[in-house]
Design a protein around this ligand. Structure first.
Ligand SMILES: Cc1ncc(COP(=O)(O)O)c(C=O)c1O
Length: 386
């Protein structure tokens, strides 16, 4: 049957852009580029979720999330992120950051509109804009500035159809943490050009070498024009539980609510109870995990230094953005050959706006001994190419 004729314009536009996911782990492949953290949520999260199931918690919650969780999120944003939101009217608990960013772009973009974001970037933003008939305009960043944002270049890319700036710090895939001065300059630009800022902060706890995560909404005058997106996926190792949130001024939250309702009605109740437990306990369990990721980061950098491959300084998140241009291969060729010849999995740097051609995304998420074995194979594979 010809199914094409049933497809909406939207489905045709986006058509197949995700590719196929392999559901069976392939023997012998080591994923050195995965975006999934390899640790479990702390035990109190599991305990709370088990209790919730034992109590028969299986019903819808409030659309915006259970009130205790929203209160805990507001308290967290106050204590850790330096800005205040009203838990009753300025938070939606979502099914991860992914739903949060779709609901956000649904609210902001009409067909023909655009949002700007520094490239390379998390590629889902592109697809979401495409689904909506809008565009995510990538604003290239380069290794020379460690993929930081050049605010003059960002401003030059603004068009009359630009509705928002999307800022992800710490960044996937570059590992860049935007400095306070850069964030202030972006804030000044947003105010001067009357744009909203979508601030994706899901890697906030992964910062290295004294780099500091600063929330856009905490900067002067920015609370009113910032939509903060966050998630429990990376912060608590809860990727499969699908829990995140949006914090934004009440009128924007009100406008987003129908989209959230259309997609989810509410986030999973058991995950919400787990999220509440996660926020209710100290984060002391995380120090050991961050130290382990830092150990892997140093091993990555030592391996790259030994090979003479350049890289972006990994300041945060859990990625290493590697310059593979000395091998003479394109990003796509490198990823394909690394898989074929060294049984290693990476993400091409070209994902997310194209500015990462010549780069691949490595990650800190693989545990030893596979991690060490992976680095060995990587070294042997690259040496053959140089
Ligand atoms: C920058 C960024 N935003 C959002 C997401 C989606 O995260 P979640 O699991 O919370 O939906 C990811 C996932 O990798 C990401 O890297």
């Amino acid at each position: 049957m010809d199914f094409d004729r049933y497809l909406s314009q939207r489905a045709r536009r986006v058509g197949g852009s995700l590719g196929k996911q392999t559901s069976v782990p392939i023997l012998g492949l080591i994923n050195l580029g995965s975006g999934t953290p390899d640790f479990l949520p702390p035990p109190h999260v599991f305990e709370a979720m088990k209790d919730a199931l034992g109590q028969g918690r299986a019903q819808y919650t409030a659309w915006t999330g259970i009130p205790e969780l929203r209160a805990a999120i507001a308290a967290k944003l106050h204590a850790e992120n330096g800005f205040d939101v009203d838990p009753d009217s300025e938070i939606i608990v979502t099914a991860g950051a992914q739903e949060a960013l779709m609901a956000t772009l649904m609210t902001l973009l009409d067909p023909g509109d655009n949002a700007l974001t520094p490239s390379p970037h998390y590629d889902e933003y592109t697809r979401d804009a495409l689904i909506l008939g809008g565009t995510l305009l990538p604003v290239p960043t380069t290794l020379e500035t460690n993929f930081s944002v050049d605010v003059a270049t960002l401003e030059a890319a603004i068009t009359p159809q630009t509705r928002a700036l999307v800022i992800v710090t710490p960044n996937n895939p570059t590992g860049t943490v935007l400095a306070e001065a850069t964030l202030r300059a972006i804030a000044e630009l947003a105010q001067r050009r009357d744009l909203l800022v979508v601030s994706d902060e899901i890697y906030e706890y992964y910062v290295f070498d004294g780099h500091r995560h600063i929330s856009m909404a905490s900067l002067p005058e920015m609370r009113e024009r910032t939509i903060t997106i966050n998630s429990f996926s990376k912060s608590f190792g809860m990727t499969g539980l699908r829990l995140g949130y949006i914090a934004a001024p009440a009128p924007l939250i009100q406008a987003m609510l129908p989209f959230h309702h259309a997609m989810m009605i509410c986030a999973n109740v058991v995950a919400q109870v787990g999220g509440l437990a996660a926020l209710s306990q100290p984060r002391d369990w995380f120090a050991g995990i961050l130290a382990e990721y830092d150990r892997r980061r140093h091993l990555w950098l030592a391996a790259l230094d030994a090979l003479g491959l350049p890289y972006a300084e990994p300041q945060g998140a859990y990625y290493v953005f590697i310059d593979i241009r000395p091998t003479g291969l394109s990003s796509a060729e490198f990823v394909a050959r690394a898989r074929e010849e060294a049984r290693l999995v990476f993400q091409p740097g070209t994902i997310g706006g194209g500015a990462g051609e010549g780069f691949i995304r490595g990650a800190l998420t693989q545990a030893s001994p596979a991690f060490d074995e992976g680095l060995e194979r990587f070294g042997a594979f690259v040496r053959k190419l140089l």
